[in-house]
Design a protein around this ligand. Sequence first.
Ligand code: SF4
Length: 489
Amino acid sequence: MIPDSDNPREACGVFGVFGPGEDVARLTFYGLYALQHRGQESAGIATNDGSGNFTLRTGMGLVSQVFDEEDLAFLRGDIAIGHTRYSTAGGSLACNAQPIVVNDRETGDEIALAHNGNLTNAAVLREDLEAQGVEFQSNADSEIIAHLLARAPGATWEERFHYVMRRCEGAYSLVIMTKDHLFGVRDPLGVRPLCIGRMGNGWVIASESCALEHLGVAMEREVRPGEVIQVDADGLRHFSPVAPAPVHAACTFEYIYFARPDSRLSGRLLYPVREEMGAQLAREHGVDGDIVIGVPDSATPAAIGYARAAGIPYREGFVKNRYVGRTFIQPDQRIREAGVSLKFNVLSDVVRGKRVIVVDDSIVRGTTTPRVIGLLRRAGATEVHMRITAPPIVSPCFFGVDMATKSELIAANKSVEEIGEHIGADSLGYLSLDGLVAAIGQPENELCNACFTGKYPSNVQPHMDQIDLRRQREPALAAAESLNRAGRP
Ligand code: SF4
């Protein structure tokens, strides 16, 4: 048995539905179910009965663990929003589960919000709001956006979103429910995905198109960077409250790994995009081998593409235990370590006596790849050649992905040759940035590639990764640090 691969971890999935006469809670439940891969720590649904009475149910765990029939019967209404969460900012706590509900400062009406992404200026905004007397219920940056909107001046929603979006920096794809509106909002850089679909007389907004298709809802289009979608009894309208960003920065890792292969980004189904990444990798890093295998499930399309381009048979080398959750997505290291051994098993008869080319989508810390390779060797592989469908990750992510700190990133501290030695591969090849961009088929200035280049599409606070992620992962360290500070003369 081997552990799951050392992948980066996605932050959240969001879903919203405006559907008078529909069972909006059940639709949201199924929508979240389809977005489960984006976050497995907590889930929540908020509904609105049409007269501004909100009902909220959140809990820790998988969507299927959080909600039962009684909850869905209790969550009545015409509008609903929902959220699945993996923490990047805020930590793994019940109080950080979303949707977040706040009260409009002017009218007292409730506003519910669910967020995918990370604000890069959260500390400044939070301090400012606290100075104005706002008492936060959580330490998630999403609550900052909710309070900004609740306090935003303006006679129209357009003016109020202008106020919010001028202040927020970083990544935010949002679904928001008010007394009589459903909103979908995407940041001006367009970092995280968001799309809309039409459902009879209603509308659905979701992180990924796969969530629409599960409900039999045809995708209308993606929400554009900087755009606000407003849905109410009069139908759908859209506006762009702030000036367009000079560049867009859609997260490349959504294409490589995060989004489901049956979702569409920029109009393209991701399965063939990933096959093309594998084919490009074969052209850049061809090697003699007997079989090509992928680390399941995320690298399977790329392995098939590699095999086809190289003219080498594709085989399944690992079997995944489908009844173990995506254990790596839980942020607690001890839980990860306890759960990983149940994840995969190797098909020793397939790899024995073979020169094996293994395709995976990333090496983050380099902690699990050596174990993958060791297992293949013990099963009798005569050579193991590692191929990665992304360039080396040299910088952390500040836009909603737990990518490890710079000091933890193996490619920030070792050359490709040194990494190859560290993981014990006969050879190691990473897809080039040009090859990756070509496979995605979008202009480079439409994409964020910061974790490969260190060039961020907006300002990030220096050392933020070390401060935030270390404290989230290591509460004991944070406690010790604060004790040290307290003990100083
Ligand atoms: S830094 Fe990497 S993971 Fe983060 S948004 Fe950019 S491409 Fe995606």
